[in-house]
Design a protein. Structure first.
Length: 149
């Protein structure tokens, strides 16, 4: 059993030997959301109203790029959610002095991919989500270099 802390409350979730007990997970969901039951309609509403950008309507379907090496896949998902180690986030987390990019603008994950004159990906985030060869090359070179600074 593992304890999950969320919204100031502790919940116990039955995890054993890396096997997830779906009943425990659903009970944890109910406890976190304050609901007594869950329908697929309620779940979809919660998914679509999440504060992160969800570019998929069903997270159980493997997204483009799922086959990529873990580092590249993780970096792609950081761009998808906007939660990567860009200067704006590092500054917010107290890990860097400035939120600025080398170009002088605020460096967010969106900025790196969409608007930065130094790093932007042709086609932006929408094309990046397709995980084609150009996207992978950009992630492994330009994006990795921009985030390493």
């Amino acid at each position: 059993m593992h304890s999950i802390a969320s919204r100031g409350k502790n919940f116990t979730c039955g995890l054993s030997d890396a096997i997830i007990d779906i009943h425990s997970v659903s009970q944890t969901y109910f406890a976190l959301t304050g609901t007594t039951g869950c329908t697929i309609t309620q779940w979809r509403e919660d998914w679509s109203s999440a504060s992160v950008v969800n570019h998929t309507t069903d997270p159980t379907i493997r997204q483009p790029g799922f086959h990529l090496p873990r580092h590249t896949w993780s970096l792609m998902n950081r761009f998808r959610t906007g939660q990567g180690p860009c200067h704006a986030n590092l500054h917010k987390w107290g890990l860097t002095q400035s939120p600025s990019c080398d170009c002088g603008q605020r460096q967010t994950m969106n900025h790196i991919a969409n608007t930065c004159p130094v790093t932007k990906f042709d086609g932006g985030l929408n094309l990046l989500h397709e995980a084609d060869d150009d996207a992978v090359i950009w992630l492994e070179s330009t994006a990795t270099a921009a985030l390493a600074k």
